[in-house]
Design a protein around this ligand. Structure first.
Ligand code: NAD
Ligand code: UFG
Length: 342
C-alpha cells in the first residue's frame, strides 16, 4: 500500500514508518516539524535503506493537501499530526482545537475529494477520563478532562458521523495507552522539547545525568504501592499495531475503535526500579504532591485488537526500558546531538 503519514517525523510516526517500510509498504510523510526534527526521518531512511518523500507543511493547509493528493495515489492515511501536551492544551485551547480538530477535518475533506477512504487516527486512552473500572474496554464511557483529550474525542465523533453519512468511509480509531521505548537500533526514539512532561523520558534524562531527580507525583493512590499505574506499551509494538490495522481493515467501511495497550499496569516505582536496573545507573527520586488531573490507574483490555487485528504487544517492560536507555545513552541531546555537529 502507498500510505500518507501525517506527523511521520514524530515519535510514534517514525517508528510506524519503519514498520510500514519493513512490511513492504510505501510511505509519504507530511510534517511541519513543530515538534520534531528532520534528522529523525534521515534516521528512518538509514534503518530502512530507503528514501522517503517528505513534505514540510501543515496538515490543515488545504492547498498543500491538494498538491500532495494530486502527486500521489494513496491507499490510505495514517494521521499522527497533532499537538499532545495536556498542560499546554489548558493554556492554549484554541490552538489545540485548530491544530487537532480543524486540521483533521481539512484532511478528511481532501481525502473525500480524492476518493481515499481509509484513515487510521491516533486517539488516546485520555478519552476515557477517570475510568470507573480497570481494565478499560472500548465501550466504556468517554469523558476527557482537558482540551487535548476533548480534541481527540471530537475527531473521533467527526469520524463516526462521517462514516454514517458516507458509506465508503473507513475510519480506524486507535486509542493508545502509554507509548514508551525506542527502536532496537538506538537510532530513533522520543526527543521531547524542554522539560519532559511524561514519566519515561524524564527518568531517562535522570539516568543519563541531565536532571538531578524525578518527582514522583503522589504515593497515596489506591494502587499496589501508592503510585500511579499505567499501561506502558513499547512504541514498536504500537507501530506494528498500525500496520496490522491498515492491512486487516483497509476498505472495510465504518468506524472501528481499538485500544492499543499491553493489558497490564506498571507503577511509577516499578518503572523507576526497572530503569535503574537496565541502565545500571541510579534514578534518584522524591515523593511530591499529586499532579492535578492524574488518575490512579489506567490500563487496557486489549483483547479486541487481538481478536480482530491479530495484534498483541510482544515486548515486555525490560525491553521498553532497555531500548529507551539504548536510545537515550547514544543520543543524550536527542536528534540535535548529531545534526548540530554535522
Ligand atoms: P510527536 O509530537 O512526536 O509527533 C507529532 C508530529 O506531528 C510531530 O512531528 C509534529 O511536528 C507534527 N505536527 C504537529 N502538528 C502538525 C500539523 N498541524 N501539521 C503537520 N505536522 C504536525 O507525538 P507522538 O507522541 O508521536 O504522537 C503522535 C500522535 O499520537 C499525536 O496525535 C498524539 O496526540 C497521539 N498520542 C500520543 C501519545 C503519547 O503519549 N505519545 C498517547 C496517545 C496519543
Ligand atoms: N509521573 C511522575 N513524575 C513525572 C511524570 C509522571 O510521577 O515527572 C507519573 C504520573 O503521575 C503518572 C505516571 O507517572 O502516574 C505516568 O505519567 P505520564 O505523564 O507519563 O502519562 P499519563 O498517563 O499521565 O499521560 C499520558 C500522556 C497523555 C495521554 C495519556 C493516555 O501524557 O497525553 O498518557 O494515553 F493522554
Amino acid at each position: 500500500m502507498n500510505i500518507l503519514v501525517t506527523g511521520g517525523a514524530g515519535y510514534i510516526g517514525t517508528h510506524t514508518c519503519v514498520a510500514l517500510l519493513q512490511a513492504g509498504h510505501q510511505v509519504v510523510v507530511l510534517d511541519n516539524f513543530s515538534n520534531s526534527h528532520p534528522e529523525a526521518l534521515a534516521r528512518v531512511e538509514q534503518i530502512c535503506q530507503q528514501r522517503i518523500p517528505v513534505y514540510q507543511g501543515d496538515v490543515g493547509d488545504a492547498d498543500l493537501l491538494e498538491q500532495i493528493f494530486t502527486a500521489h495515489a494513496f491507499d490510505g492515511v495514517i494521521h499522527f499530526a497533532g499537538a499532545k501536551a495536556v498542560g499546554e492544551s489548558v493554556e492554549k485551547p484554541l490552538y489545540y482545537y485548530r491544530n487537532n480538530v480543524t486540521a483533521s477535518q481539512t484532511l478528511f475533506e481532501a481525502m473525500q475529494r480524492f476518493g481515499v477512504n481509509t484513515i487510521v487516527f491516533s486517539s488516546s486512552a485520555t478519552v476515557y477520563g477517570d475510568p470507573h473500572a480497570v481494565p478499560i474496554l472500548e465501550d466504556f464511557p468517554t469523558g476527557p478532562t482537558n482540551p487535548y483529550g476533548r480534541s481527540k474525542l471530537m475527531v473521533e465523533e467527526i469520524m463516526q458521523d462521517h462514516a454514517r453519512a458516507d458509506q465508503t468511509f473507513n475510519g480506524i480509531i486507535l486509542r493508545y495507552f502509554n507509548p514508551v521505548g525506542a527502536h532496537e537500533s538506538g537510532l530513533i526514539g522520543e526527543d521531547p522539547n524542554g522539560i519532559p512532561n511524561n514519566l519515561m523520558p524524564f527518568i531517562a534524562q535522570v539516568a543519563v545525568g541531565k536532571r538531578a531527580q524525578l518527582a514522583v507525583f503522589g504515593d497515596d493512590y489506591p494502587t499496589k504501592d501508592g503510585t500511579g499505574v499505567r499501561d506502558y506499551i513499547h512504541v514498536c509494538d504500537l507501530a506494528e499495531g498500525h500496520v496490522k490495522a491498515i492491512e486487516r481493515l483497509h476498505g472495510q467501511a465504518g468506524c472501528h475503535v481499538f485500544n492499543l495497550g499491553t493489558g497490564s499496569g506498571v507503577s511509577v516505582l516499578e518503572m523507576v526500579a526497572a530503569y535503574a536496573d537496565a541502565s545500571q545507573r541510579p534514578v534518584p527520586y522524591a515523593i511530591a504532591p499529586r499532579r492535578a488531573g492524574d488518575v490512579a490507574q489506567c490500563y487496557a483490555d486489549a483483547s479486541k485488537a487481538q481478536q480482530l487485528l491479530g495484534w498483541q504487544a510482544k515486548r515486555d517492560l525490560r525491553d521498553m526500558v532497555a531500548d529507551s536507555w539504548h536510545w537515550q545513552s547514544g543520543n543524550p541531546d536527542g536528534y540535535r546531538s548529531s545534526s548540530d555537529s554535522e
